[in-house]
Ligand binder design. Structure first.
Ligand code: CO
Length: 134
């Protein structure tokens, strides 16, 4: 069902600070931050040859990242994103087999303009999983 690992997302308290740190310490290029009000995040991507790293800062008072950062005050790995071919087929299979979807069962447009859903971390050993249709 899973294709490639699309990205690993890291929650940060201060996106600009995190970007500076990655640039200064590792000397790597990072795309400019993008605000995603629909998901309550501000995001910047580090593009690597085999995957991406997504740096996430909360956006707005309803951001799902606020609770995460309360539990993890220094920030931390927030989710893994796997690519899938047909998100509706995958969702139906997951629901049929007892998996749980976070929020709406209908896929939303994610950070790359593609459809995404999130699977509940309680079902997957504490790991929040994002599926992105490619
Ligand atoms: Co993501």
């Amino acid at each position: 069902m899973f294709k490639r690992l699309n990205h690993v997302a890291i929650a940060v308290n201060d996106l600009n600070k995190a970007i500076k740190k990655y640039k200064n310490i590792f000397g790597i290029r990072i795309n400019d931050p993008i605000e995603q009000p629909l998901h309550g995040v501000k995001v910047a991507f580090i593009e690597l040859p085999n995957t991406k790293i997504e740096l996430l800062e909360p956006l707005g008072n309803e951001s799902p990242l606020i609770n995460f950062l309360k539990k993890n005050p220094n920030g931390g790995i927030h989710h893994l994103c796997y690519e899938v071919k047909n998100i509706i087929k995958c969702r139906d299979r997951i629901l049929k087999n007892g998996g749980k979807i976070v929020g709406s069962f209908e896929p939303k447009v994610g950070a790359h303009g593609k459809l995404v859903i999130f699977l509940h971390p309680k079902e997957f050993d504490g790991t929040l999983i994002e599926l992105e249709e490619i």
